[in-house]
Design a protein around this ligand. Structure first.
Ligand code: GLN
Length: 268
C-alpha cells in the first residue's frame, strides 16, 4: 500500500504539481503533509489522486484540476470556460487602484473569471464596478466568484462596449485576447486547454486592442484612464494606437519579469 510520499514520488508529474494535487485530495496543508507523508493512503485517496495525476500527465492545467487559482491574495474558481488568472495581471490591478478616483465608475472588458473587477471592488469598496464578457459561461464563473468573495460587481454580457452604449466611466481596464494567431505558445502548456477566444484574436494580436482603444474615448470622462494588458512586444504599437486616438500621458509599464505588460493613457 503506497504512502503519501510514494504517491508523489511515483506520480510521473512534477513534484510540486503532485504535492498540490495531493493536498487538494487530502484537503490538508503542506505542513500537515510533511509531518504525515509516511502514512498509508486510503484506496479512495489513491484512486482520486491517480486520476488527477493522469490528467496532469496529459497536460491539463493544475488550476483546472483544482478548480481554482489564487490572484491578488484571494482564491478564484476557474473552469475551462475562463482564462487562468496570471500574476502579470496584478500589475493592471495595481495601476487601476492608483488611478481610480474616489467613488469612480470602473469597467473591465473581457472579464473572464472576474479576477480584475472583483479585486478592484474588494480593495476599493467606494468604486462602482462593472464587468463585461462576450461569453455567458465566463460570466457565470465570474458572478459566482463575486458572490463567493462578497464583491458587488455588475456583470453584463456584451461584445466589448455594445451593451453599455451611452454610459461613461472614470476608468476602463481590459486584459483582452492579444496573442498572435500564429504564436506557437498557443500549442504549448496550459494554453492548449484555455479558451482560444480568450487568448488570441485570430489575427495579429492587436485586433481587439485596436477596437478597444478606438472606442474607449466615447466611454470615458475627460481625464479618465484606459489601461490595457498586452504582450511583451506590443507596448510600442499600443502607445501609437493610444496617441492616434487622442490619449495623453501615454505610457507602458513592466511586469515583475521586466516585460512590457500594460499600456495606458488619459482621455483628452
Ligand atoms: N498573458 C497570457 C499569456 O501570455 C495571455 C492572456 C491574454 O491573451 N489576454 O499566456
Amino acid at each position: 500500500m503506497p504512502t503519501y510520499r510514494d504517491l508523489i514520488q511515483y506520480s510521473q508529474i512534477e513534484r510540486f504539481d503532485a504535492q498540490v494535487l495531493l493536498l487538494h485530495v487530502l484537503q490538508k496543508n503542506r505542513a500537515w503533509l510533511i509531518a504525515h507523508d509516511d502514512e498509508t493512503a486510503t484506496d479512495e485517496q489513491h484512486s482520486t489522486f491517480a486520476a488527477l495525476a493522469a490528467r496532469r500527465r496529459e497536460g491539463e492545467p493544475v488550476a483546472y484540476l483544482l478548480g481554482s487559482r489564487e490572484f491578488y491574495g484571494r482564491e478564484f474558481a476557474v473552469s475551462p470556460a475562463v482564462l487562468i488568472p496570471r500574476p502579470d495581471t496584478e500589475l493592471l490591478v495595481e495601476l487601476a487602484l492608483e488611478r481610480a478616483p474616489q467613488n469612480g465608475k470602473v469597467i473591465d472588458l473581457g472579464t473572464g473569471s472576474g479576477c480584475i473587477p472583483i479585486t478592484l471592488k474588494l480593495e476599493r469598496p467606494d468604486l462602482s464596478v462593472s464587468a463585461l464578457d462576450l461569453s455567458a459561461d465566463a460570466l457565470a464563473v465570474a458572478s459566482n466568484n463575486a458572490q463567493a468573495l462578497g464583491a458587488s460587481v455588475r456583470f453584463v454580457e456584451s461584445n466589448w462596449f455594445s451593451a453599455v452604449a451611452g454610459e461613461v466611466f472614470d476608468l476602463i481596464v481590459s486584459n483582452p485576447p492579444y496573442i498572435h494567431a500564429d504564436d506557437e505558445h498557443l500549442n504549448q502548456g496550459d494554453l492548449r486547454f484555455e479558451p482560444t477566444g480568450a487568448l488570441t484574436d485570430g489575427h495579429d494580436g492587436l485586433h481587439h486592442l485596436r477596437t478597444i482603444i478606438a472606442a474607449a474615448p466615447s466611454y470615458l470622462q475627460p481625464g479618465g484612464w484606459l489601461l490595457l494588458e498586452h504582450g511583451w512586444d506590443q507596448g510600442a504599437a499600443c502607445r501609437e494606437l493610444l496617441l492616434q486616438a487622442g490619449f495623453s500621458d501615454v505610457q507602458t509599464w513592466q511586469d515583475l519579469g521586466q516585460n512590457d505588460r500594460v499600456s495606458g493613457g488619459r482621455c483628452g
